[in-house]
Design a protein around this ligand. Sequence first.
Ligand code: TSJ
Length: 647
Amino acid sequence: MAINEKLSYGADDIHILQGLEGVRKRPAMYIGSTNATGLHHLVWEVVDNAVDEALSGFGNKITVTIHKDGSVSVLDEGRGIPCGINKETGRPAVEIVFTELHAGGKFNSAVYKSAAGLHGVGASVTNALSLWCDVTVYLNGVVNHIRFENGGHLVTPLEQLGGTKRHGTLVRFKPDPTIFSTVDFKRETIAGHLQESAFLMKGVMFVLIDERTGDNQEFYCENGLVEYVQHINVNKKELTPITAFSETDENTGIDMEIALQYCSEDYNETILSYVNNVRTKEGGTHETGFRTGITRAVNDFGETYNILHGKKLDGNDVREGLTAIISLKIPEALLEFEGQTKGKLGTQEATYIVQNFIYNKFTYYLTENKELATIIIKKCLDSQAARIAARKAKDDARSVKKVKNEVILSDKLTPAQSKDYLKNELFIVEGDSAGGSAKKGRDRLHQAILPLRGKPLNTDGLSISTVMKNEEIATIINTIGAGFGQTFNIEDIHYGKIIIMTDADTDGAHIQTLLLTFFYHFMRPLITNGNVYIAVPPLYRIYKEENHKIKQEYAWDDEGLEACKKKIGAGYKVSRYKGLGEMDAVQLKETTMDPRSRLLIRVDIEDPLLAESRVQTLMGKDTTARKKWVEENVDFNEVDTFLKEVK
Ligand code: TSJ
């Protein structure tokens, strides 16, 4: 009996190590990537567990510290990870949490599960990708300690270190530099995550300590979502005050909170939704319910009070200029997620529950605030009128001046031959000389080239008419062929991929941000739909002449460079590319344009908070702030700019 137990213990051991070894072999499968984004995932896995604990009602302070030695620690004041022996395995529960994939769930008794309990992969992944991971649990008056090293190997089994009056969990880990291309934690990135959590969890204090610089920040929200909307709209012109609604559906236990505000001079809508504090980036049933509910509320109210004069508003008219945050807490039994990244709520009940909720609350709000209601409906009617006028102008322009459009284009654009639009790619290229190489090196069937002379206009804070007068911008709008602003229609785009190709230097980064700002303000669906990319040219060419033949390889980072040196062998030479202009047409094609060998970054508004504030920093009038940001945050070796995700 004893022997059998020992045997199965040993077998378990191997099983666990294989699990963590698997994480080390394919880290990207668990944390998305091994660049800066992946590195910060290690922190989210741990923080989100602490947030879960606070969400369950235990502890209202979470402290994150970036230490000088490159480690990060997270401390909460919850119940403490259970340290008792787990019957099945004969090991302490806390050990299992850090060594078995997805083990968190087994011990998680929370009603509402957040990121960690939902599709987070758990603290064991952080452990697996760390040089060391040190865990202290303050529980039942005792300090419990356990330590792992070198990718999750247990080096100090659970021990008790004496008494304590505290309760909670402290986890400190140091990422393994052989796994990540950077192990430099960014204060701004962690701050953004904590700020978002603070908005969603009112009453919980988040503290961020950066021991490297001595900076301390606190994130705390008394008013939750209202402050979130305020933060997003800080530079916009308010049309209505911020309003918040909340309710719990008795039948399902679904808890709903929505805060919203209308702004003028902004025809975009910003709707962000969360389920159990996890962002539902792809929307889902709750967003659908919200859209239907608010459109009906405005239409019914307008009809009842005779201010629509028989007109009917469509959803776009009602949502223009609207910022809304939707936060739902859904019991685990009802949770369903869909979509590629599981970022879409599938829970059917949420559709009509949210729809009825917002319909009733917003109708009541309009009825109680007649003056505001009049202002809102006037805005909706204005939006509708502008939309109709712009559409008509566009149709007229199309039918009468079709020829003229083509004349404008032929000047700068080298078009693609195919009419299969979604397969076509538009390269917006910095400089005429790179434009020339790109023209020669392109795939004529599917790739079009638009060279930019100088820098495009900074469109932040400018009106549409001013923006349109800029020739570069007008050319881009005409080329993409789907309108802009209110009449932008993603279904009309002439290119499935719009690829920004610039030099890997400060000017190139500036051009990227100018273009992204333009797309963000005037063609936002292009970004949210994932059609915008940034081309990443290689940094090095490694070559050697052998028997009158040139052997060559390209490398995008220092690691790749070393691999290429080995591959080419003794006698290699290295040239470092400073700009696209240094490549001839063949090289540019091979390295940056050919889908089989190029590297693209898909632009993605990963963090809505950062997106807004970065657009402000990068595009606002304050050029020193911008320079400082670019210098501190744009690491060209790391292929790491803003609003993005590697693909
Ligand atoms: F991610 C992690 F495991 F590393 C981690 C977990 C990190 C940090 C900073 C905190 C935590 C954590 C886990 N804080 N609090 C908890 N709570 C539990 O694990 C716990 C405690 C008691 C019970 C119970 O049912 O009695 C259930 C759970 C899940």
